[in-house]
Every structure is written in structure tokens, then in C-alpha cells.
Design a protein around this ligand. Structure first.
Ligand SMILES: Nc1ncnc2c1ncn2[C@@H]1O[C@H](COP(=O)(O)OP(=O)(O)OP(=O)(O)O)[C@@H](O)[C@H]1O
Length: 226
């Protein structure tokens, strides 16, 4: 089953001489459970692509379908709800709420949505991510790697159709990055969670099932060698 379908996705910023064609006709399908890394040089269009897929920005042309819904057909309000329910975001800056403890941060998206908290599942993911002992801690008491693991748990908590991660380990040292990404990979495999992750780091990209390379707003597909 295709969780994500992208057809002819185009994004043009600005007008006239200052116009930038950030995405130039991207076609892509991602199946449920795939863990794909997006690589490419600076300015190639990676973040623009992720923002369009996540419904954070509006494309100039083309279509994005997530879990059977065309994002372009949703109103602003519908899109906000759809994002919260169906898309998990992980950013380089962890975006945790400083006053809330680890557990509260993780379940916040569920609470906002009035959804039941599946405590057993949350306990399981916090266990996999090594956060069991830290549930009562606030973000300020955690290391960068721990904070990012909380952000991962939060993204997984609502069992979204797709998790979008933009340089999730950009602020972490190389060893911690590998550890955090390893845990993300284990979690995705265990729950067949689809993940699309931007990284500059080739070693980290190798952890993915599939590497997507973007050059000048176009996709150059390449399968990881077995
Ligand atoms: N809001 C914007 N207004 C105008 N141009 C933009 C805007 N956002 C991005 N761009 C341009 O679009 C192109 C693609 O940018 P994007 O941020 O998607 O690249 P990237 O591959 O994520 O880069 P990096 O690896 O440096 O984060 C660049 O030329 C950038 O300058």
C-alpha cells in the first residue's frame, strides 16, 4: 500500500528575475513501513520537499497524496487536523515544551486531538528509546540525544501515517546521532512506521532502506545496495 504519492511536484519561489525553481517535477511513491533518507547538496530542495509533503507549505504545481487524501483538496482547517493526526514531525531543534515532563510532552499531540492515550504502547516506545527512567524529567534536565529521543517518541505516539524528519540529528555528535537513528529505525521496523528523513550525513543515510537523492529540485532515485 502506498502511504505517500507525489506527482509532478513543483515549487517556485518569488517572481521574475529572482525566481527560484526549488522543486522541478518530483514523482515518488513510498510504501507503508519504508524508511527513506533524502540526501542532496545544500539548496537542492530537500526541506522544500518535506514541507510540501507535510502540508506546511503550498506547492506551485503537482499533487501530494498522504494515506489516500490529496492535500491540495483540504481546506486550511482540514489540513491542520490532518497534519496532527496523520503526520509526525521531527526537527533538528527538538521543539519540546520546557514546562512539561517527558511523558506529558510525548502524549501532548494525543491530548490536543482528544484521543485516548494507549499507555502500553507509549511505555513500549519509551522503553525502546531508553526513556523509561526519564519520564518525570523536564527537557532542561536531559541531554540533546535524550531530548531528540523524546521528540521521536512524540512523533510516534499518534501512530501517524508518515513521520517526516528534517536533519533530526543535526545538533548531535556522531556517536549519539548513530544511536538515536538506530532507535528510530528499530521503532519504525517494529511498528511498520513509514519515515522520510533528510540528512547530510551519508553514514546515517545508509541506515535507511532507500536513499532518495535530490539535485536541483529533481529526484535521482537510488536503491541501497544489499
Ligand atoms: N521561502 C523561500 N523563499 C525564497 N526562496 C526559497 C525559500 N525557501 C527556500 N528557497 C530556495 O529554494 C531552494 C531550495 O531550498 P531548500 O531549503 O529546500 O534546500 P535544502 O536542500 O533543504 O538546503 P539545505 O540542505 O541547505 O537545508 C534554495 O535555492 C533556496 O534558496
Amino acid at each position: 500500500m502506498n502511504i505517500l504519492e507525489v506527482k509532478g511536484l513543483t515549487k517556485v519561489y518569488g517572481k521574475g528575475e529572482t525566481q527560484v525553481r526549488a522543486l522541478d517535477g518530483i514523482d515518488l511513491t513510498i510504501e507503508k513501513g519504508e524508511f527513506a533518507a533524502i540526501v542532496g547538496s545544500s539548496g537542492s530542495g530537500k526541506s522544500t520537499f518535506l514541507n510540501m509533503v507535510g502540508g506546511l507549505d503550498i506547492p506551485t504545481g503537482g499533487e501530494v497524496t498522504v494515506d489516500g487524501r490529496k492535500l491540495q483538496e483540504l481546506s486550511d482547517d482540514e489540513l491542520t487536523v490532518f497534519r496532527r493526526r496523520k503526520i509526525g514531525f521531527i526537527f533538528q531543534q527538538y521543539n519540546l515544551i520546557p514546562m512539561l515532563n517527558v511523558w506529558e510532552n510525548i502524549i501532548l499531540p494525543l491530548k490536543l486531538d482528544g484521543k485516548r492515550v494507549d499507555e502500553e504502547y507509549i511505555l513500549e516506545i519509551t522503553g525502546i528509546l531508553g526513556l523509561r527512567e526519564k519520564q518525570k524529567s523536564i527537557p532542561g534536565q536531559l541531554s540533546g540525544g535524550q531530548q531528540q529521543r523524546v521528540a521521536i517518541a512524540r512523533a510516534l505516539a499518534a501512530k501517524p501515517a508518515i513521520v517526516l524528519a528534517d536533519e533530526p540529528t543535526g545538533n548531535l555528535d556522531s556517536k549519539t546521532s548513530q544511536d538515536v537513528l538506530g532507535l528510530l529505525k528499530i521503532s519504525s521496523a517494529r511498528y511498520r512506521q513509514t519515515i522520510l528523513m533528510i540528512t547530510h550525513n551519508e553514514e546515517i543515510a545508509q541506515l535507511a532502506d532507500r536513499i532518495l537523492r535530490i539535485e536541483d529540485g529533481r529526484l535521482v532515485k537510488r536503491q541501497v545496495e544489499e
